[in-house]
Design a binder for this molecule. Structure first.
Ligand SMILES: [Fe+2]
Length: 476
């Protein structure tokens, strides 16, 4: 790690003000589609392939990594690196699934949050942007991943006193001179084997027997009409496909099909049997979740959340008992386990509020109270489970533990919705365990094996990153 890293505090008003473009886009209209179209046109003029397909010459059997929501540049991000290098040593490439750089995707942050942590990874890294990468109009991302693309000419000035005009007045833009340190940072990943140039923020990679399709869901988790048409087109190819997105289609027990401007959804395209998708992997939420959804035609699609690659942890104990699209607790998987998530947050709140004795739940207490509240069997309690006390129930409730749908809502600390957007980011911790993870996918013509490896910051797990989930996806 670098000696000094500016800690990102999402409770710092300056940080929130710098990251205001998402809010402005939802209040005053989202300019992402327009800006993206200008970037894409500029890349096409510079000779990027019109179909935006990266054609690699990987053999029939190869492996690659998927890492989500990496770049805060602090302990949790760097804690993922040793295991990632170990499990990734023989992989053909890595894909970063959204939010490459926090807080606002600045080019100057790429040194400590991208080039330095992954300098010893000796293969190309491709990426799709997340909302944070868009907070400076994608300028840093385009320079690093898309052939040093300079910002395209701005569109026509908005008419005075319109919403677009107000938005342009308040819009956050890159600092003058941003990216000055990029040339030096690039030297950290300067080997020929590490180089990759993307046709744009969304792309497809033809690798061995499969096609990986990466989409850019911008500031608000939607895609523009032009990208939608492209997605339909690249999805017609007969190869088995994996979607990589910055907006997971199933997350926290809910279905978010991801609207396409002009009609339809990304999930419609993914489910279409003519398109041969076998999995859809999304970043954005900083933990691991897997929903094996069985479709009417008998196929099973693996919907995965994989945002645990570096940034602060989003709680999993706030996920209610899963019952969505036929997926129940029997088939649902997550990391960290809900009990571990609750134990982690109970310790955190105990410290923050100076109420350790009241708040702190042991791992087994947390696991047992979760089992009771969600009506699921305890996942990892050796021996006799502890007796559940009113204190344990109260703490679990206050910390937003998911509950059976039939239980009424009561008062609780802002853990669930508010926590996901504001307080969870404020609860970053800088000592292990971190509950981070990354995916390794082993591809063959017959099947893809997907493994979720944990990274905790503890030495033992750096040497041998444990497998927290594994699934084999048949391709034939
Ligand atoms: Fe994120």
């Amino acid at each position: 790690m670098p000696n000094e890293v500016e800690k990102i505090s999402w409770l710092d008003p300056r940080m929130l003000w710098a990251a205001r473009n998402g809010v402005l886009a939802s209040w005053l209209g989202d300019p992402t589609g327009e800006v993206r179209a200008r970037w894409v046109a500029q890349r096409a003029a510079a000779g990027a392939p019109a179909d935006k397909v990266i054609r690699r010459d990987d053999p029939d059997r190869f492996s690659f990594l998927v890492v989500g929501d990496t770049g805060e540049g602090d302990e949790p991000q760097y804690a993922v690196v040793p295991g990632l290098l170990k499990e990734g040593r023989d992989t053909a490439f890595a894909v970063l699934a959204s939010d490459v750089i926090y807080p606002v995707g600045s080019a100057d942050d790429y040194g400590t949050k991208f080039f330095r942590p992954y300098r010893d990874y000796r293969a190309p890294i491709y990426a799709i942007p997340g909302n944070h990468d868009w907070y400076e109009d994608l300028t840093g991302f385009m320079r690093v991943f898309c052939g040093d693309a300079p910002p395209p000419a701005p569109g026509p000035a908005p008419r005075p006193l319109t919403r677009a005009w107000l938005r342009s007045l308040l819009w956050h833009r890159p600092r003058a001179g941003d990216g000055g340190s990029l040339d030096r940072a690039r030297e950290l990943r300067s080997e020929p084997a590490q180089q990759a140039v993307q046709p744009g923020p969304y792309w497809a990679i033809d690798a061995g027997p499969i096609r990986i399709v990466g989409i850019d869901t911008g500031l608000l988790g939607t895609i523009d009409a032009e990208q939608g048409a492209w997605l339909r087109e690249v999805s017609r190819d007969p190869r088995p496909k994996i979607l990589v997105t910055g907006s997971p289609l199933y997350v926290d027990g809910e279905h978010h099909p991801c609207p396409i401007e002009g009609g339809g959804t990304v999930d419609d395209i993914v489910r279409d049997p003519d398109h041969h998708y076998v999995a859809a992997i999304g970043g954005d939420i900083h933990n691991y979740q897997r929903y094996p959804v069985r479709l009417d035609d008998g196929r099973t699609l693996q919907y995965v959340v994989a945002g645990g690659g570096g940034a602060f942890m989003h709680a999993t104990h706030t996920i209610p008992r899963v019952d969505v699209a036929g997926v129940t607790e029997r088939d649902f998987r997550c990391y960290p386990l809900r009990g571990d998530s609750l134990a982690f947050y109970s310790g955190l709140y105990g410290r923050r509020l100076g109420l350790r004795r009241f708040f702190t739940l042991s791992d087994t207490e947390a696991m047992t109270v979760i089992a009771e509240r969600l009506g699921i069997g305890p996942t990892r309690v050796p021996g006799t489970p502890p007796r559940i006390t009113p204190r344990m129930r109260l703490v679990a409730g206050l910390l937003g533990t998911g509950r059976r749908p039939d239980r009424a809502k009561r008062f609780r600390l802002p853990v669930r919705k508010v926590y996901t957007s504001v307080f969870s980011p404020g609860s970053a911790t800088y000592s292990p365990p971190f509950f981070k993870c990354f995916l390794r996918l082993d591809v063959s013509p017959e099947a893809i094996r997907l493994r979720c490896h944990a990274a905790t910051g503890h030495r033992a797990q750096e040497v041998t990153p444990p497998v927290e989930d594994e699934v084999t996806i048949p391709l034939k």
